[in-house]
Design a protein around this ligand. Structure first.
Ligand SMILES: [Zn+2]
Length: 305
């Protein structure tokens, strides 16, 4: 069984619908929501759907999926075989806005952890306070007759930000790359606050959401202000790259402290890191007495347990 492999495999677990994880595998294991969010052209040829908390047998092993809190359908995979267990987090987020409980981390002997923000300067504010700050910023822009533009990735981030801002009663306009993702989100079972698609005209009174790259459509809005909504807001060089007027560190990934928390809550004494600052985070864990390694290239092909 391959975990989010980058090339086509005969049996692969797809942790969530971001396109970097979706390939036309012969058979894929995924949640029904993830399948619904993968465009037809990128879907695996065959699939086995598994809901959260359901268990599937595979040979002598047992596979169970748990919510990962990263986006709709995102799952952690827990594998048990002859008394040894492995947890693969996929992209994961612990703290959730809107009073939702934090993501549950099942216990395992071996943890494979995504370490996107595995450096200590990535410490994000409390999600509820950040959402409130974003709402205040949008309101201020609207009050001064400027269009607030939130720069968010089209799939997952755009929809989660709309849901988080729903209690504030904003009306939304989505850039054309965000629109199909919002439609898919609603079709996959999560209804969104009302929105229209940007059509090259100004969108007075609305909060616009657009991907961070390519601002042609945004420039047609007349008076506008932009805010980058991303964990990368904590990286000054990166934030400057996007030339946004404001930044908010609302992320769908764990920050440094949440990564440490995932390790602690899993109880694992053996940790492998994937994605982002793999070496930095593995080194930090080793200093704390955890057996940890960054998984790179060929080492990713097989885990000796
Ligand atoms: Zn992702």
């Amino acid at each position: 069984m391959w975990l989010d492999p980058l090339v086509v495999r005969s049996f692969a677990f797809i942790s969530h619908a971001h396109t970097d994880h979706a390939r036309r595998h012969k058979e894929a294991l995924l949640t029904p929501q993830t399948l619904a969010l993968i465009p037809e052209s990128r879907r695996p040829r065959g699939w086995r759907m598994l809901g959260f908390g359901e268990t599937m047998r595979r040979g002598d092993g047992k596979v169970t999926l748990y919510p990962a809190g990263h986006m709709l359908g995102s799952a952690q995979l827990h594998f048990e075989h002859e008394g040894t267990s492995v947890l693969y987090t996929g992209d994961i987020k612990l703290r959730q806005p809107g009073g939702a409980p934090p993501t549950h981390v099942p216990r395992a002997d071996v943890l494979i952890l995504e370490s996107t923000y595995g450096r200590p300067h990535f410490r994000f504010g409390d999600p509820d306070s950040t959402v409130e700050a974003i709402a205040r910023w949008c309101r201020l822009a609207l009050d001064s007759r400027a269009t607030p533009v939130l720069l968010c990735h089209a799939l997952g981030k755009t929809e989660e930000v709309m849901l988080a801002l729903a209690p504030y009663g904003f009306e939304f306009a989505l850039e054309k790359r965000c629109a199909p993702c919002a439609r898919d989100y609603a079709a996959a079972g999560r209804s969104l606050p009302s929105w229209v698609e940007l059509d090259g005209e100004p969108a007075p009174g609305r909060v616009v959401i657009a991907p961070p790259s390519g601002k042609d459509e945004i420039r047609r809005l007349g008076r506008y202000r932009t805010a980058l909504v991303s964990g990368w807001a904590k990286d000054a060089d990166f934030a400057r790259l996007f030339g946004a007027d404001a930044t908010f560190d609302l992320s769908d990934h764990c920050d440094f402290d949440e990564l440490v928390e995932v390790v602690e809550r899993s109880g694992a004494d053996q940790v492998y890191t994937v994605h982002g600052y793999t070496e930095d985070f593995a080194r930090f864990l080793r200093r704390r007495g955890v057996r940890a390694w960054a998984l790179e290239a060929n080492e990713q092909l097989a885990l000796a347990l």
